[in-house]
Write a protein that binds this ligand. Structure first.
Ligand code: GLN
Length: 450
């Protein structure tokens, strides 16, 4: 069914960079054979899933949305995709994304534009736009994305699906192509909170292959879902005051305010919380993320992976020509920004300063979580915008992640829950932010709300 749906919709949506139909049918038949033989099947047996194209899949091309990895076929499997395969999931394909996960609309992909299933002229958000559109369009049941500054939550919000950025370290990054290593985290998309919770359970857990992986007990997220918000006593929800007002689309403000009222009706205690340093998240991120990216992307030199230009007559020219031809504009912009911020004489003024502000942002969250259990705000300031609308103006594009970025800087979990539509019929999302490793609480609130 998923493959049929892909065949029907892909000419319009372009969510996938590659569809692995033959392999999917083979995997599905292997599940059937197991059932017929009375063997035990995994938790996700036969579930059609899609994977963002920045997670390595052994023997299947992994491009990261970039020309520089156009012909890169990983010789190994990422931990997350291995876990999903072990649980019996059936991968139907790899999804489109902004090049190296740098973007908010999936338009920086070197290959194709992905359409928003709710309005084909609009973007699906990004950078995990393909994964969000694939779930929203019914081309798979659940999918994986990665989120460095909002790349799961913002496209989930634009496409009207559930999307979670887990606590930093909860899900292994082994086999995830690195963008900004201290912020990157893999997470699930689903159409319901329950699906998303089940999917997180399947990918979370300690991995010795990732040095930042947390060695913690993983709760049964799905089993603990209860429709009544009050089953765990009074739940205190903090509304981040700085996220309302200027720059916020009135339709988004209205829908999120309404959703907060619903939470109150369900029995939550609503508090207004100030995170005064929240607004420094964006400038802080645009120092830290490009800095880390400039180091991580140094490995694409034409020697180890993918593309290599052939007409250079010496090594240095080969490096520069390969990188000039292989990287797109946004990636080059960030490599230059990051290289500059890290250069001798500027390190203290930019990178070190940004790290200090990062600590202050974290402290705002810490004091908020002394007063409340969960924080709430809009996921994005607007609903999905038209393709091409922001491509010429990177700063307006960067503003899409105003409300999601601080969560990555603090390493916290953040969940997008659909909460209505604007006057054009485009989905709106609210973001629930939890304390470290309190994904269970986010699911609890979202499930009661849903
Ligand atoms: N949109 C943000 C950026 O362009 C966040 C991307 C992400 O989370 N990978 O960097």
């Amino acid at each position: 069914e998923a493959l049929e749906r892909i065949e029907a919709l892909e000419p319009k949506l372009h969510s996938f960079l590659c569809v692995t139909a033959d392999r999917a049918i083979e995997q599905a038949m292997a599940v059937d054979a197991k059932i017929a033989a009375g063997e035990e099947i995994g938790l996700l047996a036969g579930i059609p899933i899609a994977i963002k194209d920045n997670m390595c899949t052994k023997g299947i091309r992994t491009t990261c949305g970039s020309r520089i990895l156009e012909n890169f076929v990983p010789p190994y499997e990422s931990t997350v995709t291995q876990k999903l395969m072990d649980a019996g999931a059936v991968m139907v394909g790899k999804t489109n994304m902004d090049e190296f996960a740098m973007g908010s609309s999936t338009e920086t992909s070197a290959y194709q534009l992905t359409a928003n299933p709710w309005d084909l002229e609009r973007v699906p958000g990004g950078s995990s736009g393909g994964s969000a559109a694939a779930v929203a369009g019914g081309e798979c049941l659940v999918s994986l994305g990665s989120d460095t500054g909002g790349s799961i939550r913002q496209p989930a919000s634009f496409c009207g699906v559930v999307g979670l950025k887990p606590t930093y370290g909860l899900v292994s990054r082994f086999g995830l192509v690195a963008y900004a290593s201290s912020l990157d985290q893999i997470g699930p998309f689903g159409t319901t909170v329950e699906d998303t919770a089940i999917f997180l359970g399947a990918i979370a857990g300690y991995d010795p292959k990732d040095s930042t992986s947390l060695n913690v007990q993983i709760p049964d997220y799905a089993k603990n879902l209860k429709p009544n918000l009050k089953t765990r006593g009074v739940l205190r929800v903090g509304v981040i005051s700085e996220t309302f007002g200027q720059g916020l689309d009135p339709a988004v403000e209205k829908a999120v305010t309404k959703a907060i009222e619903v939470l109150q009706e369900l029995g939550a205690e609503i508090h207004v919380i100030s995170c005064p340093r929240f607004r420094y998240g964006l400038p802080t991120y645009y120092i830290i993320a490009p800095s880390e990216a400039s180091a991580n992307l140094a490995r694409y030199d034409g020697v180890k992976y993918g593309l290599r230009t052939t007409d250079a007559d010496n090594l240095l020219t080969m490096y520069t020509q390969t990188r000039a031809a292989g990287f797109g504009t946004e990636v080059k912009r960030r490599i230059m920004l990051g290289t500059y911020a890290l250069s001798a004489g500027y390190y203290d003024a930019y990178y070190l300063k940004a790290q200090k502000v990062r600590t202050l942002i974290k402290q705002d969250f810490e004091s908020a979580f002394e007063k409340v259990d969960v924080l709430v705000c809009p996921t994005a300031p607007t609903t999905a915008f038209k393709a091409g609308e922001k491509t010429e103006d990177p700063l307006s594009m960067y503003l899409s992640d105003l409300m999601t970025i601080p969560v990555n800087l603090a390493g916290l979990p953040g969940l997008n829950v659909p909460c209505g539509f604007d006057e054009k019929g485009l989905p709106i999302g609210m973001q629930l932010i939890g304390n470290l490793l309190r994904e269970d609480q986010l699911f609890h609130v979202a499930y009661a709300y849903e």
